[in-house]
Structures are given as structure tokens and as C-alpha cells.
Design a protein around this ligand. Structure first.
Ligand code: MG
Length: 160
């Protein structure tokens, strides 16, 4: 693989339902709603994995870890991160920075942003100053605005 910086983009949307556990960026959040998913539904980790995998030209997360495979049922998304990082290193790269925007009405992310940054930094072997997570509301517009879903968008910068 040739040297030089690489950028990847990942987007993931999950429905939100009452009574589901809510784990985002690997952080347990006390919430009346949580993401629905075949795995643990951690949309932030899924978006970041797709960004990281995209930067090294790998298949997307859904191809690597099929939702048709029972072994991925309720799976901890940290496992996906470990595999994504393993592939990054196998490609002769490291993750240099991550930036994430999460669109959702609730739960509010602000009290959890610091924990999320630390969690992502640990999962992708970065210092915390190279990771950011921001929450945005959708101003009441569409499914996200009605609180029926959340969407995470992640950008990853990789280097040799
Ligand atoms: Mg997902």
C-alpha cells in the first residue's frame, strides 16, 4: 500500500425504541430509548468502523459482519472495532484522528461526550485530543427529529 494520508467516511442510522439498552461509542447511557440492531446497535462505533475500513479500501462493516450470521447477534461492537483496527495495521496504517457527528433528539449526548471520546480513543489506539464526538438535534424534522432514529456520521484520517 502506498504511503500518504487516507480519509474515510462512515454513516450509520438505527431506529430508537423504548426499553432498549443504549450504548453509544461503547459507553452505556441511561436512557428510556435505545438503538435497535442485530448487534448492540452502537451506531457511533458502526459509523467509525466504516470510516476506518473505507480509508483502507476494505469492505464495509455489514459485509464483514453479516446480520444474517447468528454469531453477530447482540454482538459487542467493540469486536468490530478490534477487527477494523487489525485490518488498518495489516495495511501498514494507523488511525490519526476521528471526528463524529451524531444526530438525535434524545438522550442528550453532552454529559457523555468526554466518556465517548475516551472510549473511542482507547478502541482505536489514539490520544483523546485526536477524537471528537458532537451531538446535533434535527430540529424536529423527519424520523430523527421525531426521536424515532439516530444517525452517526464519522470521518477518519489514517496515515502510514
Ligand atoms: Mg449499524
Amino acid at each position: 500500500m502506498t504511503n500518504g494520508p487516507r480519509v474515510g467516511l462512515g454513516i450509520d442510522t438505527h431506529r430508537l425504541e423504548p426499553g432498549r439498552p443504549c450504548r453509544l461509542a461503547g459507553v452505556e447511557i441511561d436512557s428510556t430509548v435505545g438503538p435497535v440492531g442485530h448487534s448492540d446497535g452502537d451506531a457511533i462505533l458502526h459509523a467509525v468502523c466504516d470510516a476506518v475500513l473505507g480509508a483502507i479500501g476494505e469492505d464495509d462493516l455489514g459485509t464483514l459482519f453479516s446480520n444474517q450470521d447468528p454469531s453477530n447477534d447482540q454482538r459487542d461492537s467493540a469486536d468490530f472495532c478490534a477487527e477494523a483496527l487489525r485490518r488498518v495495521h495489516a495495511a501498514g496504517c494507523v488511525v490519526l484522528s476521528l471526528d463524529v457527528v451524531v444526530e438525535l433528539e434524545y438522550p442528550k449526548l453532552a454529559p457523555h461526550r468526554t466518556a465517548m471520546r475516551h472510549s473511542l480513543a482507547k478502541l482505536f489506539d489514539l490520544t483523546v485530543d485526536r477524537v471528537n464526538v458532537k451531538g446535533k438535534t434535527a430540529e424536529g424534522i423527519g424520523a430523527i427529529g421525531r426521536g424515532e432514529a439516530l444517525r452517526a456520521t464519522a470521518v477518519a484520517l489514517l496515515g502510514p
